[in-house]
Design a protein around this ligand. Structure first.
Ligand code: ADP
Ligand code: MG
Length: 482
């Protein structure tokens, strides 16, 4: 039996001498040694993405370090071991601070009926340093997350019209504002509001058939149905809904066959006065390569945007989350967070969860001093000048082992395409540049390519906490460069 555990810290020390610190933190710290019966040197990776990337880019460095350490040619083998307890504190923090995925696929029974709603974390006691246990929320059969309800939605000046329209629709589906089209930036509550409509209709009218899908899911469902000769079932399923909620419809841009099918679904539902709700990061006019007939239908009902919340609303959102979770955090800490995260509520929650996770893992009381210690790097870059696309490219190229020129090139190997998508997404999230500007910076690509890249990376981040951790480390690095 090989007890790799015992040698691992020293092998890592050898690696540490050879690779940049950032690479070491991102790619070597998350590995864990396995003990093996047959003498193999097995190393666990947190997921498949990580393993593929590591084996192509960093396995040689690990083998070389092993060879130096053992004094003979050494080959490690990799395997995916997702459940293993991590020893790296940063990892723990990242896992605990990840807001839950927007739609949770595997419902987990809720042990406490009055469990606090929404924020995706749960504290066992009322003390600020109580154990933080991220608890996935149960998901209803229609794919709705019950935490996304109207009670949990804090209304501010940027969301009052959208909220009023949403509640009107929930009380009287199909009779006003059809379709309702909600657009606005990432993390501002579009999915929450849309699902709140579904949850409220389900509460008031349990017999209604309600379906929440992302536009991407709709497309995949369509493709699957064509592949399996199930298109009649597909059509029937969507066309027999009483309420259809389609999230992120900008994804349909450029996907002609999906637009065609969606057009017919839309018409069938609309003609029967069934409620349709759509969200997007852009208004219908801004979604290029959307067929005119679909665009005009999106404009038939009410189009409303949601805007970033002001300081008072951000404080109110934080306070609501603190209240429902029975945690005590002083007003000055709340203000400190609200003042530093201005543009994205998901990030606001992320800051709070990060703080709670830190308090929980270290057993310390939450104070302003601790908040600034834990969150200053998280906030960095928000108070300084804008991030440039060049900074993003530089950090992505360092972390993912590609060159900046390759990111801008037309080459499309799998790794390069992946790195480019990550960079495009970070540019979109962090620089304030438009899709067109980002497309131009990455070798004159079309804005729909950038939009697709952003959605793909966001979806993968939602599904895979480790990947999210990798992307967030890059974000922190970009901010630190400012
Ligand atoms: P979007 O779909 O616009 O990207 P989400 O609906 O996923 O954003 O919102 C991101 C997170 O912020 C969710 O956890 C959501 O519950 C929370 N959130 C957004 N807006 C509000 C609000 N006005 N009040 C309370 N929580 C909110
Ligand atoms: Mg959303």
């Amino acid at each position: 039996m090989t007890n790799l555990d015992a040698y691992w810290p020293e092998i890592l020390d050898v690696v540490r001498q050879k690779v940049p610190q950032q690479t070491f933190n991102t790619w070597f710290l998350p590995l864990f040694p396995e003990n093996s019966e047959n003498g193999d040197l097995k190393v666990g990776c947190p997921n498949h993405f990580f393993m593929d990337w590591f084996s192509e880019h960093h396995l040689t460095a690990l083998n070389e370090a092993g060879s130096v350490y053992f004094g003979k040619n050494t080959l490690f083998c990799l395997k995916v071991e997702e459940k293993k307890e991590q020893t790296n504190f940063l990892d723990k923090l990242n896992e605990n601070t990840d807001p839950k995925p927007e739609t949770q696929q595997d419902p987990v029974p809720d042990p406490k009926p009055n469990r606090p709603l929404n924020p995706g974390f749960n504290t066992a006691e009322t003390s600020p340093s109580a154990q933080v246990i991220p608890t996935p929320s149960p998901v209803t059969p229609n794919n709705l997350n019950p935490d996304y309800n109207f009670q949990n939605f804090v209304v501010g000046s940027g969301t009052d019209l959208a909220f009023a329209a949403a509640t009107a629709i929930a009380n009287n589906p199909g009779s006003h504002f059809n379709p309702l089209f909600v657009h606005g930036g990432t993390g501002l509550g579009k999915t929450h509001l849309m699902q709140a409509i579904g949850n409220e209709i389900a509460r008031q009218r349990p017999d209604r058939r309600i379906c929440y899908v992302t536009a991407e899911h709709f497309m995949n469902d369509l493709i699957g149905s064509i592949r399996d000769n199930r298109t009649p079932e597909f059509k029937l399923k969507y066309r027999s809904m009483d309420v259809l909620l389609v999230d992120d419809v900008a994804f349909l841009a450029g996907k002609e066959s999906t637009q065609e099918e969606f057009f017919h679904t839309f018409n069938a539902l609309y003609d029967q006065k069934k409620q349709i709700v759509l969200t997007s990061d852009r208004s219908p006019k801004e979604i290029a390569t959307l067929e005119e007939r679909l665009r005009s239908r999106f404009e038939w009902g009410l189009i409303t945007d949601i805007q970033a919340p002001n300081l008072e609303t951000r404080i109110a959102i934080l306070k609501r989350k603190i209240e429902v979770n029975h945690i005590y955090i002083t007003d000055e800490v709340v203000s400190y967070i609200a003042e530093n995260v201005t543009d994205n509520i998901r990030r606001l929650e992320g800051a709070l969860i990060r703080l709670l996770a830190f308090a929980s893992l270290t057993g310390r009381e939450i104070s302003l001093e601790m908040a600034s210690e834990v969150l200053s790097s998280f906030f960095q870059g928000h108070s300084t000048g804008p991030v440039k696309i060049a900074n993003v490219m530089e950090v992505v190229s360092e972390t993912m082992d590609v060159t900046v020129d390759q990111l801008k090139s037309k080459r499309r190997t799998q790794d390069l395409a992946r790195a480019r998508q990550i960079a495009m997404n970070l540019a979109r999230e962090m620089t304030g540049a438009s899709l067109n500007q980002i497309g131009r910076a990455f070798g004159n690509r079309d804005h729909s390519t950038v939009s697709y890249a952003c959605q793909k990376i966001q979806a993968d981040m939602d599904k895979d906490p480790r990947f999210r951790g990798v992307v967030r480390n890059m974000m922190d690095k970009i901010r630190n460069q400012q």
